[in-house]
Design a protein around this ligand. Structure first.
Ligand SMILES: [Zn+2]
Ligand SMILES: [Zn+2]
Length: 451
């Protein structure tokens, strides 16, 4: 999902007009003191339901966090409805046009303890007593003040691929973990320095700035709307970016390029690279940086062990995974001894390389596949290949991936196949399958079904 929050207000208005009956996707949040979240929830539900709002909304005594969609022609009505609540007046709505996303099938508004699971016990301080919000230009200006300390409120895998120059980038995995570490580091400067903080979209700073003020910091500032809104403003106002590299985002892109500078390395070979990926082994899923050539060589895996694992029959993989802790329970998120070029904590401010100026760089995603068999024979004259089904089942219409050292990586859809000599729609383990192939199939080839 692409959020069009890098558009100016006018551009957004145009987008909404054009969308007409199409659904818009919105996201927004606000911290506020809500005395009776249940009554607030009911009021929202009654007001929003007639506007055909669908989505997932959390309300808590600390505020609201909403992700929703609605018909574009209801947008302005919706906006005036939410602005009836004082604390949501002038709130920034991140808008996208969705064409085919059915992720929201109904309207759910849930009362939670928190609007973001930050793990903080913050009954002790006032979350609405936050730092001073700065726009991009003001932020840049305050950075020039030698009395300013700049703190990145994000995690190590986020700051590694991009951050503001000169920022403190704590080597942390969670937001909660970062707060006491930063407090300790800045303890001596509670009164004399400007503490300036930023995060991806601003929500973490809302909480963090209130926390630091509560801890006795006198001059606390935060970047309003985070890096996302900063980028929009610097583009609109043509002011220089003090941010270098990529902004890590939690959608399939895993990062949005802000400047052409690459400041991190492929974790496997050390080449300048800032493309994150998840390990293709379902039992691992480690988040790490991998360049295109390592991606090819390692088939999107983080280590030789994971590479071996994905080539095992599926049943074997599942057996091996049993009883094992998976994913980031095995590895710390984005950290593993297999990754030789991972950096965190102290990060560099000088670019290692410039990104190629390809407009739509296609990031190769891991292809989800399952092994079904191996190559047997190729009838050169009729261009027909034969393979043996070893496990699983395949059907006409499925897409096969045929990989091998000489064959390379081939992809073919099953239009017609013969199973043990006869035309059939389905093949299972033990069957010999023949089908026409536009390339030569070899004994060493592995046959996968694309999922
Ligand atoms: Zn590499
Ligand atoms: Zn792995």
């Amino acid at each position: 999902m692409q959020l069009y929050n890098t558009l100016s207000a006018d551009e957004r208005a145009e987008l909404i007009d054009k969308a007409g009956k199409q659904r818009l996707t919105l996201s927004f949040y606000a911290y506020a003191k809500i005395e009776d979240p249940k009554a607030f929830r009911d009021a929202l539900f009654i007001a929003w339901n007639p506007l055909e709002v669908l989505g997932r909304i959390y309300v808590a005594t600390e505020g609201i966090n909403a992700q929703l969609s609605l018909p574009a022609d209801h947008f302005y009505e919706f906006k005036s409805l939410i602005e009836e609540f004082d604390f949501m007046r002038g709130i920034r709505l991140n808008v996208a046009v969705e064409h085919d996303d059915f992720s929201f099938l109904k309207l759910t508004i849930k009362v939670r303890n928190k609007i973001v699971a930050d793990g903080l016990n913050d009954d002790t301080f006032d979350v609405t007593n936050k730092g001073i919000h700065l726009k991009a230009a003001e932020f840049n200006k305050l950075l020039e003040d030698p009395n300013t300390i700049l703190v990145d409120m994000r995690n190590h895998y986020e700051s590694e691929i991009g951050h503001f120059k000169g920022a403190i980038t704590p080597d942390v995995e969670t937001f909660r973990e970062s707060l006491p570490i930063i407090e300790k580091q800045l303890e001596a400067h509670k009164e004399d320095k400007n503490v300036l903080m930023y995060c991806t979209g601003g929500i973490r700073c809302e909480k963090a700035s209130a926390f630091f003020k509560h801890k006795g910091f006198k001059n606390v500032y935060q970047l309003e709307g985070g890096i996302i809104e900063y980028t929009r403003q610097i583009n609109e106002q043509k002011i220089p970016s003090k941010f270098i590299g990529k902004n890590f985002v939690f959608d399939h892109r895993l990062g949005e390029r802000i400047t052409e500078d690459i400041i991190s390395r492929c974790h496997q070979c050390g080449a300048p690279c800032d493309d994150h990926t998840n390990c293709a082994n379902d039992g691992c899923h480690l988040l790490f940086i991998q360049c295109d050539s390592c991606k090819q060589k390692m088939e999107n895996c983080c280590s030789p062990e994971c590479f071996e694992m994905i080539h095992l029959p599926l049943a074997e993989q599942i057996k091996l995974r049993k009883g094992q802790q998976v994913g980031n329970k095995i590895f710390r998120k984005g950290k593993s001894p297999a990754l030789k070029f991972k950096s965190s904590g102290i990060l560099i401010d000088t670019p290692l390389a410039k990104a190629e100026k390809k407009k739509d760089k296609i990031i190769k995603a891991a292809i989800k596949k399952v092994i079904v068999g191996k190559g047997q024979h190729y009838y050169t004259k009729s261009k027909v290949g034969m393979f043996l089904m070893e496990e699983g089942e395949i059907y006409t219409g499925d897409t096969l991936l045929i990989y091998g050292p000489t064959t390379g990586k081939q992809e073919v859809e099953i239009v017609n196949m013969r199973v043990n000599g006869a035309l059939a729609e389905k093949a299972v383990a033990g069957d010999k399958v023949t089908l026409q192939l536009p390339f030569r199939l070899r004994m060493s080839d592995k046959v996968y079904k694309r999922l």
